[in-house]
Write a protein that binds this ligand. Structure first.
Ligand code: SF4
Ligand code: SF4
Ligand code: SF4
Ligand code: FES
Length: 677
């Protein structure tokens, strides 16, 4: 437990944990101190000197954002001397800031410089010319830099270096000509040349309009944007985000401002939703034999139901299949599996899951217990040792890679990756034990042998791994506060024996135990956990119940069955890859783009825009995270869950789901919907 420190701020007696900064202690007690470079999610920068306070016994004021409380300290935050000093600091900043732009600036109303200038009632000084580019630089599709507006707070430098694991920006020059620029090998370069991955996190922390999203000027001022909490479904980490709307349009996505649970975003999270819009069609499309033509929704639903019913009656449910690309919400998965099993009478259902991942998750659930949450990026950042099994983490789950970087460079973690990767490390400092593709399982078996005390083993020979490397791995996974991250690449090449070795290592090291799970199993499908728990895998019903040993077909088997003409009717949600065959099945596809549509699909139903989708997802740590509903009238096409219900009703089923809430109520009785986060 932390020791409590007693101090006085502005005459008020205050108790604060040892190590708390003066600024934090003041704010925790309702005393406001002005700040500019301080950001609650970054380490203190101590650059702007706006947060200065007077401490009894010291001649000069000190910055409160980076100085800790001390026993008996007497602090004054708002003397006239401090006010004058702050005003002078702000006037110096304003002298080099184009404040006449405030009239048209997108940050007006939320600009932190503007706010502090107003609060201190600073005079507007004569402008001092700086040697910085006059025009904003827009040399990439995502981020615009306007150096005229930069106040040199250093937030972007820090978030990029410490939290993202890149070091794109540097501060160069001196005096009024000091600049923050993308920098590499001793010269100013473009963001891309400086190694930027366009995660946009520097944009989210910039206090002024020096860094903004591209085209930002067109979408309303910041304070005019409605903010709707949501979750990123670009990968299975399910990072929290805020969707920001203006006039029914998604303008931007930001990382939520507050909260312990919040992690950073990567490029797909920050910019992916906007890149997806708009869709290439918003009315149902019917294939005329030559091209697609607009079609009435009710007619398309009735025709689809009639075609699938006829196949079921003539050839049985085994001739039908349902596929999805892993981005459906839990509610949609639940309804779609119900449609497949209860109405289409088919077990050929794969809504986005790998069989080997499912096998691993079942075992983890048996050992740890349903509802035992796994590690999240914050836990990775605090780990002392991290073992990554499989390659491609940076590409598949970028925020997990950022957390590894933070833990290894600025935390305490030793990191080792077992993979086929050979390229130089750039996101984190650690070592890669290179093994041939698909041999990670052999390394795990060898590690298991070593943990059991076998000095040499067949598995070690098979994996061609040196003894010292093996010892390094076992030392790390048995170390205190260790985390094992398993990438989708591992699951893609794994066999049943590899999964057994993975679970055995987890149990032997105590990473897996009742109520404990230190293994982050990453699927390539965003809501694979939702698919597992809500029943969207072949032979795996709601609540992960095994329905029959003779399970239906998974996505690869369905594709083969389409090729050889055994699947005659198909429903597909999202991009589901190549689905044509010698005899094209009747296909109803739900997608947002002609490019995503399966060749020759009979009907294309416009997919609901993800930005507008309401629903819950389960992330890789088994936490439920939800997209809150966007206000009425913003969606321009029927929601996907409603389409599933309409199809069931067209079959004659008595489904009564007036709202998503009703679906959730039914699910609660049968399905683990993720641990509350
Ligand atoms: S977008 Fe991300 S990687 Fe690029 S400079 Fe900003 S924080 Fe760094
Ligand atoms: S670009 Fe923004 S975040 Fe970076 S130093 Fe300038 S004002 Fe601060
Ligand atoms: S790491 Fe995954 S969930 Fe997080 S922002 Fe990136 S794509 Fe989205
Ligand atoms: S907020 Fe403390 S120095 Fe900037």
């Amino acid at each position: 437990m932390k020791k409590t420190t007693t101090l006085t701020i502005d005459g008020k007696k205050i108790y604060a944990d040892e190590g708390t900064t003066i600024l934090e202690a003041a704010r925790q007690n309702g005393i406001e101190i002005p700040t500019l470079c301080y950001h609650p999610r970054l380490k203190p920068l101590g650059r702007c000197r706006l947060c200065i306070v007077k401490i009894k016994g010291l001649d000069r004021p000190v910055t409160s954002c980076d100085n800790p409380v001390q026993e008996g300290m007497v602090v004054a935050t708002d003397t006239s001397e401090l006010q004058d000093m702050r005003r002078r600091t702000l006037e110096l900043l304003l002298a080099t800031h184009p404040y006449e732009d405030c009239l048209t600036c997108v940050r007006t109303g939320t600009c932190e410089l503007q706010e502090q200038a107003y609060r201190s009632q600073s005079d507007l000084p004569e402008q001092i010319e700086r040697e910085v580019p006059i025009k904003p630089v827009s040399d990439n599709p995502w981020i615009v830099r306007d150096e005229q507006k930069c106040i040199l707070c250093g937030r972007c430098i820090q978030v990029c270096r410490i939290n993202v694991g890149r070091s794109v920006y540097s501060m160069i020059g001196s005096g009024v000509n000091t600049r923050v620029v993308p920098y590499r090998d001793g010269r100013e370069v473009s963001l891309e040349e400086a190694g930027c991955i366009f995660c946009g996190q520097c944009v989210d922390v910039c206090p002024v309009a020096a860094l903004t999203e591209t085209n930002r000027k067109e979408g309303g001022r910041e304070w005019e944007l409605a903010s709707v909490p949501g979750v990123c479904i670009e990968c299975s980490l399910g990072c929290y985000l805020e969707r920001r709307f203006f006039d029914d349009n998604l303008i931007k996505v930001t990382v939520p401002e507050e909260g312990e649970k919040v992690s950073w975003l990567c490029r797909r999270g920050k910019f992916g939703l906007r890149e997806r819009e708009p869709a290439s069609f918003t009315a149902v499309q019917k294939y005329s034999g030559i091209n697609y033509v607009d079609c009435d929704y009710e007619e398309a639903v009735a025709d689809t139901a009639a075609a699938l019913r006829s196949i079921k009656e003539n050839e049985g449910g085994k001739a039908l299949a349902v596929l999805a690309a892993g981005k459906l919400s839990n509610e949609e998965i639940y309804l779609l599996q119900k449609l497949a099993r209860e109405i289409l009478d088919t077990e050929n259902i794969d809504l986005g899951i790998e069989q080997m991942w499912l096998k691993a998750v079942r075992s983890v659930q048996e050992i740890s217990g349903t509802g035992t949450a796994g590690p999240v990026p914050r836990d990775i950042g605090e780990a002392e040792s991290i073992v990554i099994v499989g390659s491609g983490l940076k590409e598949s789950h970028p925020v997990a890679d950022m957390a590894v970087s933070q833990a290894s460079r600025y935390g305490k973690a030793a990191v080792v990756e077992i993979s086929e990767r050979r390229e130089p490390l750039n996101a984190w400092d650690g070592s890669v034990i290179t093994v041939k593709k698909g041999w990670e399982g052999a390394v795990l078996r060898a590690a298991m042998d070593l943990l059991k005390g076998k000095a040499s083993s067949e598995a070690a020979k098979e994996a061609r791994i040196e003894k010292n490397e093996l010892e390094r791995i076992t030392n790390l996974i048995t170390g205190s506060n260790s985390i094992l991250i398993v990438t989708p690449e591992f699951f893609a090449g794994a066999g049943a024996d590899d999964i057994e070795a993975l679970i055995a290592v987890g149990e032997k090291t105590g990473m897996l135990a009742r109520g404990q799970n230190k293994m982050l199993l990453l699927s390539r499908f965003s809501n694979a956990a939702g698919v597992a728990f809500a029943g969207g895998a072949p032979g795996c019903g709601p609540g992960m119940q095994i329905l029959s040993e003779d399970r239906g077909l998974d996505r690869n088997e369905i594709r083969k069955a389409i090729e050889n003409g055994r699947i005659r009717g198909l429903i597909i949600f999202g991009e589901a890859g190549e689905t044509s065959g010698s005899k094209n099945p009747f296909t109803a596809a739900v997608c947002s783009d002609y490019n995503e549509a399966p060749e020759g699909a009979d009907y294309l139903f416009p997919a609901q825009q993800i930005a507008f989708k309401e629903g819950c997802f389960i992330n890789a740590a088994w936490q439920q995270r939800c997209n809150e509903a966007v206000a009425e009238g913003k969606a321009d096409r029927p929601s996907d869950w409603r389409l599933i219900c309409d199809l069931a009703i067209a079959f004659g089923a008595k489904w009564e789901y007036p709202s998503l809430e009703k679906v959730r109520e039914e699910m609660k009785e049968k399905v683990f919907v993720g641990k509350a986060d």
